[in-house]
Design a protein around this ligand. Structure first.
Ligand code: ISJ
Ligand code: MG
Length: 467
């Protein structure tokens, strides 16, 4: 067989095979090459034939876009305790002990694990989320990384002791950029009419009333209650077009898509849970909401109203206190501004406070995800009592909605968002989710209107609202 694979890759494979045979453990080989600029959605679309059901899309507002295709390795657990974070971390550490790179390495290239966690592993699963584990991550077979200036292609392979050199070389050769058979750039589909069903609206409104009683009785300070709507289309929903629309209309949010067999979990979240870059740690407090104004003046007025509204400031403040404390327990030099600012997306304005610090030794990214999840922006306060209230009062199963979703690399860099403004797509069916932070002064009907606004990004992407 004639191969064009570059010499260093062959050497890495040979070395990996030696190590794998000696240790009787698999070794990850990762080859990174800089490629001509490529549209990430085009790459996602390329994966439709070979890797349908095993694709991941992630783009951060100020970082990069990564698209992973194929499950070269899957790490998942149905563990229902907080141990699930450590299980994923330990397995990833065990496997990435042996990583052989070739090509230029920059953050967001090389072996990355993509995935997420369910919101609440204890609450029994509904039919809808049956195929989603409590935590699932995968190392893609191939991955495109687009930074502001450059595009990189990463090809990964898990090399086992019994693998043959020629087969391994063939793997890397077949996924060289020139050997990938890209089709033409495709058009986005226009979506047809759909039938919308609001689930358990009355129960949800009643749950708010009950939550307020419990808040007034000082059982908890805040609880987030979510609801679900279902959309039924005449035809299969085209996830490519959904991501394309989110990318165009929600450029300041994280756009994510996680394919899990025949289901795709997709969203555009403005909320970072935690990002770790070497030792630097960033988290975000995002809670308190108001609609966008139609005119510039109205928009400013609404923004001002939000910044001075006691009910929204309380919703927000509870989140700041908790996140600040959580980071102080594992970071040094934690800084946070005294007052929230506004974060505006196309459809909504939020109160926003960034929290930053430096990770202390031995505090990993996933340990921070464990510590933070769920923040009072998605759970409530105090944490465990609020989770109990959600189990008791909320008339839906969250599955991966409001859970941590993101990526991590072999050096403990990575980023997780909170999987809100999201939906689960399966064929012609879509389930969308939205929730609100409930405090003593919440008015059920107004919280309902707030969820309507939060459903808009996905509704627009599905063609239900004109962009
Ligand atoms: C729960 C959601 O959003 C959260 C709740 C917010 C609020 O109640 O003001 C604001 C931002 C998010 O932290 C959602 O979008 O589903
Ligand atoms: Mg709110």
């Amino acid at each position: 067989m004639i191969t064009t694979i570059d010499h260093s890759v062959k050497e890495h494979i040979q070395k990996a095979l030696e190590v794998a045979r000696r240790s009787n453990e698999a070794v990850i080989v990762s080859h990174i090459s800089e490629v001509d600029a490529m549209d990430p959605l085009h790459f996602f679309n390329y994966g439709e034939n070979l890797f349908l059901g095993e694709r991941f899309y992630w783009s951060g507002p100020s970082t990069f876009t990564v698209v992973g295709l194929g499950n070269e390795l899957v790490i998942e657990t149905s563990d229902q305790t907080t141990n699930r974070f450590r299980l994923i971390e330990n397995e990833w550490k065990r496997l990435n002990k042996q990583v052989l790179h070739s090509g230029s390495v920059s953050v967001g290239t090389g072996p990355l694990l993509f995935g997420g966690f369910s919101f609440d592993p204890i609450k029994s699963k509904s039919q809808l989320w049956n195929d989603f584990s409590e935590a699932k991550f995968f190392l893609p077979t191939i991955m495109l990384t687009n930074t502001k200036e450059r595009s990189y292609l990463t090809v990964n392979k898990l090399i086992h002791p019994f693998d043959q050199l020629e087969d391994c070389i063939e793997h890397f050769t077949s996924y060289e950029i020139n050997n990938l058979n890209f089709s033409h750039i495709r058009d986005c589909e226009k979506f047809n009419e759909f039938k919308l069903t609001e689930l358990h609206k009355e129960e949800w409104l009643n749950a708010i009333v009950k939550a307020k009683e419990q808040i007034h009785a000082k059982q908890i300070d805040k609880v987030v209650l979510a609801r679900e709507v279902h959309l039924l289309f005449n035809e299969k929903v085209d996830t490519y077009s959904v991501i394309d629309s989110l990318q165009k209309n929600q450029p300041t949010s994280y756009i994510f898509a996680f394919e899990n067999g025949i289901q795709s979990f997709i969203g555009a979240t403005p909320e970072r849970l935690v990002k770790k870059e070497n030792h630097k740690v960033f988290s975000t407090c995002l809670a308190g909401s108001i609609k966008r104004g139609i005119s510039v003046e109205e928009d400013k007025l609404l923004g001002h109203q939000l910044l001075t509204d006691d009910k929204n400031l309380l919703e927000h403040d509870i989140v700041v206190k908790m996140i600040k404390k959580a980071l102080e327990d594992c970071c040094y030099d934690v800084v946070t501004p005294d007052k929230p600012k506004l974060m505006k997306t196309k459809n909504i304005q939020h109160l926003y406070t960034p929290v930053e610090g430096f990770a202390r030794e031995d505090h990993s990214l996933l340990s921070m995800v464990e510590r933070l999840h769920p923040t009072p922006a998605l759970g409530g306060y105090p944490k465990h009592a609020a989770i109990e209230k959600i189990r008791e009062l909320e008339p839906m199963h969250r599955g991966w909605y409001a859970g941590p979703i993101g990526w991590l690399d072999a050096y403990d860099n990575g980023e997780f968002g909170v999987a809100i403004r999201s939906g689960l797509i399966e064929g012609n069916k879509v389930a969308l989710f939205a929730g609100c932070g409930i405090v003593g002064e919440s008015v059920p009907e107004l919280e309902y209107v707030e969820t309507q606004i939060k459903l808009k990004p996905m509704m627009t992407a599905l063609g239900g609202i004109k962009a």
